[in-house]
Design a protein around this ligand. Sequence first.
Ligand SMILES: Cc1cc2nc3c(=O)[nH]c(=O)nc-3n(C[C@H](O)[C@H](O)[C@H](O)COP(=O)(O)OP(=O)(O)OC[C@H]3O[C@@H](n4cnc5c(N)ncnc54)[C@H](O)[C@@H]3O)c2cc1C
Length: 395
Amino acid sequence: MYGLSDEDLAIQARARSFADELIPFEVTAEMDGGDLPADVTAGHAKRAHELGLHSTNMPEELGGGGCSMLQVALVQEQMGRVTNALGWVAATPPSWLPPIATPYQLDNYVRPAIAGDREECYAITEEGAGSDVAGLEATARRVKGEGARGGNEYVLNGVKWHVTSYNTADFAFFQGVLADGPHAGEHAMFLVDLPSPGVTVLRNPAYSHTISHHHPIVEFADVRVPASHLIGAEGDGMTFAYEWFRFERLMVAARCLGAAERLTAEMTRFASVRRVSGRPISEFGTVAAMLADSLTELYAARSMVYETARGIDRGNDVKIAHAQCSMAKLYASEMAGRVADRAVQVFAGRGYMRENVAERFYRELRVERIWEGTSEVQRAIIAAQMAKRGPAALA
Ligand SMILES: Cc1cc2nc3c(=O)[nH]c(=O)nc-3n(C[C@H](O)[C@H](O)[C@H](O)COP(=O)(O)OP(=O)(O)OC[C@H]3O[C@@H](n4cnc5c(N)ncnc54)[C@H](O)[C@@H]3O)c2cc1C
């Protein structure tokens, strides 16, 4: 089905069996604030590497999997079947970085991230700049280095919100507005080692999902980084963000497929064994419709995600890929939300218990319509491309 090659099927099967290994740990994680014992998490990370499921998106010559976009999506789809972000051990480090990284950045950040020795987080969003990344207020000012450090440095200032994985990461991508120089007012992105003097957590709010990765509000106050930590050139900041959004939006969509598949399977199984008034509930038309709608929408979303990934592998025009990734993210995330809602309804009282997969996904999937660009923003992107290129160019 779906025209997958033998190689595609092999990596998909490996990812599927790994997801099946992770699933039994979900309830423990849920009940313990998202955390598993450190040795268990380390064991899962080791397995992801052994199975070739970590860094599938990264170039082979740097130690990554060198997989096609379709294969990366197939792996992320399987990881999406697992709740509590336990599948995040099959990480996809920043694939936008190698083509523009300096040798220093490749050796100190990219290769270690691929090996699993380092982990990144993204400090982009601010209190007044989320959907509108162009509205960032954080600043970067170029200065002469002090004392033995010599050379040029940048001083970074700003307060960043929702910095996912700050508690597990050991470096951050920080995006800010250049305060002076020929590119004043344009964006630039920097690598900031964690911890670094001047970087502090202001607050660590609780979120709807129960995962071990936190999303604190982090202040960067006069944080000095050497000029070698500038990524690309001054003024490049936004370009990287767009490229990453494209990739991450498709991966969000892929993980939503996995979640919807798991939910559809679990509610179908339950509907066949739960008997009410002597009949399995799957025989009630209104319940059967929830099952049928869920599978139908999953089929549509999966076809869309696989085709979008194949288009990228074929080298489709980047603007078309951008709109298609938005369509895939929009449809798959909203589809998964509907499926989770139906699953809670089918499980009914059981579906409201935190030990039930439907309850966990019901909370966890909500953010898929928010991060990496809200549904409204995806619609705006799609509509803008429709106006420029015509609908036929996109679908
Ligand atoms: C759990 C979580 C983890 C996150 N992780 C990170 C991270 O690691 N790093 C990071 O930098 N950010 C992160 N984010 C931030 C995330 O990317 C933003 O929340 C998201 O982009 C939306 O921005 P906002 O919350 O500021 O919403 P706002 O921009 O304030 O939007 C408010 C409302 O206005 C609507 N709206 C905005 N613009 C438009 C428009 N043009 N057309 C129509 N409607 C519009 C939105 O759809 C929304 O309904 C995370 C967020 C969450 C919840």
